[in-house]
Ligand binder design. Structure first.
Ligand code: ZN
Length: 96
């Protein structure tokens, strides 16, 4: 399966955004597309910053019991839950 190499601005109607696997407007980006940005495999050319929110649990013994297993990326009021995809996007080369 082809994945976009670049994320474009919301509503982008350029030629590449009409071809599957080339680029995608950020408002149509999938969880996998966003995870690939975090993994350095897709470039964020949307002109918008991505906010990455992670949740870490610290147990009563002071130890971290849950690594950043919840990863949410936010941009322009949209959000993507990408925890599992980030692991996949950064662990294999090149499944995507
Ligand atoms: Zn475009």
């Amino acid at each position: 399966m082809n994945h976009p190499h670049s994320i474009h601005p919301p509503g982008c109607g350029c030629e590449d955004c009409h071809r599957p696997g080339a680029t995608v407007p950020i408002d149509l980006a999938s969880e996998v597309d966003i995870a690939r940005v975090l993994g350095g495999r897709t470039v964020n050319d949307s002109g918008r910053p991505l906010t990455v929110v992670t949740t870490t649990t610290v147990g009563t013994d002071g130890r971290v019991t849950g690594g950043a297993d919840t990863v949410v990326v936010q941009c322009d009021g949209r959000s993507w839950s990408v925890g599992a995809y980030v692991l996949a996007a950064t662990s294999f080369d090149p499944p995507f």
